[in-house]
Design a protein around this ligand. Structure first.
Ligand SMILES: Cc1cc2nc3c(=O)[nH]c(=O)nc-3n(C[C@H](O)[C@H](O)[C@H](O)COP(=O)(O)OP(=O)(O)OC[C@H]3O[C@@H](n4cnc5c(N)ncnc54)[C@H](O)[C@@H]3O)c2cc1C
Length: 476
């Protein structure tokens, strides 16, 4: 019998796992895919929003503002990159300007510091590539950027280090309520029993809820499509640049990423299929057209790739984070759309308090809050590089020639706690395949390294959880 089972290894499930790993509990996190951060937490804007968009009195506002403040210490403990680069919301007419003033006073009522309205001249002095037709901008100094899957992996690795068991390829298909516990059945017919169950299943959290709760939900996937540009384009901006928000989303943004690329997106289109992630030419053209209202001369010839993510939307427009009234110990997290990433550390603290209503929480004396990121060979000095290569020549073999990722780093990404098992899992941990050639040159060498390190045939190495093998034949 487990104390806590968490369903879903996105940023929400992993934040909760890490928070609860501070206490003497027997915790297990179950994930239907074969890695962490394969759902919504893999494909979003990566903004740690300041929170001025969120309505006072909502969970979104509470968790966003609290979560934003927690990111400095979290990024230090878990050694992931977090930059408080600040954000602009641009106004192009008097109506937009009124919206900026409303956003500013809403933000101030939430206790957000560092909000100011800048004139056209001030804006263009700071960001020279902003459309000169701009009238003014709201500047939010506390807005920041992260790589969302780097955050998720860091949380998960630290939770695992502190005793949380991760079970992958484990899809929950039914839940039965017992006297003081819940029995969960998995697709492969395995069963788990737990006193507390936490539903952090992202786009499927309605399905998990509907297995146990009389109040049914039906999440609406709202697709957000993106263009990712290379690091030359990444030099165009320092701030995250928004247009005034609309009813569904915070609007199209253009932002540098923590890795130095430029990100343009997202669109916002309600769809029916929770697994439809394809991009369309029309949507991307419209996206780039909208983005060109904010930033002039976006170099579209520098687009490396396009991708999309799905928001788990509910008409009521706020997060649901609660223990079910008729099912003590069953904690539901639904509609965790934006600003879910920014809110994750605060949501985890709130859920910890909900868990404490069912289970006594005793702090672990040996909890280790720290996790070290993977070594990044390119960031070392020449002397350090030479010393490392003389100890382990694999660091001297560059496998991904665009991002300069060595064999040593790829091996490290496979042999860590919760290590990579697919090419995309290596990508999310090292950036290999993320450069100009998008993996054309290194897909096969990476597959061979995975095959060697995991002791599996190359025909069993997949690009990602859903794909077919990279190589369609058995090596003899
Ligand atoms: C386009 C877009 C842009 C966004 N931009 C931002 C932003 O800039 N800033 C911000 O703060 N937020 C942003 N968000 C929101 C943020 O990305 C999400 O709130 C957050 O990633 C949700 O994480 P999660 O853990 O709830 O979901 P997920 O990451 O999807 O994790 C849920 C996990 O549950 C697993 N699962 C599902 N069903 C089962 C089952 N039956 N059994 C076992 N496992 C299961 C899934 O495989 C998945 O891994 C954005 C979202 C989108 C879509």
């Amino acid at each position: 019998m487990r104390d806590v089972v968490i369903i879903g290894a996105g940023v929400i499930g992993c934040s909760i796992a890490r928070e609860l790993s501070k206490y003497n509990l027997n915790i297990c996190l179950i994930e239907k895919d074969n890695d962490v951060a394969t759902g919504i937490s893999k494909a979003n804007s990566g903004i740690i929003h300041a929170g001025f968009n969120e309505k006072n009195g909502t969970l979104k506002a509470k968790f966003n503002v609290e979560g934003n403040r927690l990111y400095d210490s979290l990024s230090k403990e878990l050694d992931f990159t977090f930059k408080r680069n600040g954000a602009f919301v641009l106004a192009f007419n008097e109506e937009d300007l009124e919206t900026l003033h409303n956003l500013k006073s809403n933000g101030e009522s939430l206790g957000i510091e560092g909000l100011e309205i800048l004139s056209k001249e001030e804006v263009l002095k700071i960001e020279k590539n902003i459309n000169p037709k701009v009238l003014a901008a709201l500047h939010a100094k506390s807005s920041g950027i992260v790589n969302p899957y780097e955050v998720t992996i860091a949380l998960a690795e630290n939770a695992a280090l502190n005793g949380v068991d991760f079970i992958f390829d484990a899809e929950v298909t039914s839940i039965e309520k017992c006297i003081d516990s819940y029995k969960l059945k998995l697709k492969n017919n395995d069963c788990l029993e737990s006193k507390v169950v936490i539903n952090a299943a992202g786009l499927n959290s309605d399905y998990i809820n509907n297995l146990i709760n009389n109040e049914k939900y039906d999440l609406i996937p709202v697709k957000g499509e993106y263009c990712l540009l290379d690091k030359i384009a990444g030099n165009m901006l320092n701030k995250t640049v928004f247009q005034v928000p609309n009813k569904i989303s915070k609007g199209v943004l253009v932002t540098p990423t923590v890795d130095g690329n430029l990100l343009v997106g997202p669109t916002a289109n309600s769809i029916k299929d929770k697994y439809s992630l394809e991009n369309t030419k029309d949507n991307l053209e419209l996206l780039l057209q909208k983005a060109s209202n904010s930033i002039v001369n976006i170099p579209t010839n520098r687009i490396l790739t396009t991708f999309s993510g799905l928001r788990p939307h509910l008409e009521r427009k706020d997060f649901i984070v609660e223990e079910l009234k008729d099912n003590k110990g069953f904690i539901n997290l639904l509609a965790i759309e934006s600003p879910g990433l920014a809110s994750a550390p605060a949501i985890a603290l709130y859920v910890k308090d909900l868990v404490s209503k069912t289970l006594p929480l005793k702090s672990k004396e040996d909890f280790n809050p720290y996790r070290k990121r993977l070594l990044r060979f390119t960031e070392l000095s020449l002397d350090e590089k030479n010393k490392l290569i003389s100890k382990n020549p694999a660091y001297g073999k560059i496998v991904c020639k665009c991002e300069l990722i060595s064999e040593g780093e790829i091996v490290d990404s496979i042999n860590r706690p919760l290590g990579a098992k697919t090419v995309d899992a290596v990508k999310r941990r090292t950036r290999a395949t993320m450069g100009g050639c998008q993996g054309v040159g290194c897909l096969l060498p990476i597959s061979k390294i995975i095959s060697r390190e995991l002791g599996i045939d190359i025909s069993e190495v997949n690009k990602n959880a859903d794909s077919s093998p990279v190589v369609g034949f058995k090596e003899v």
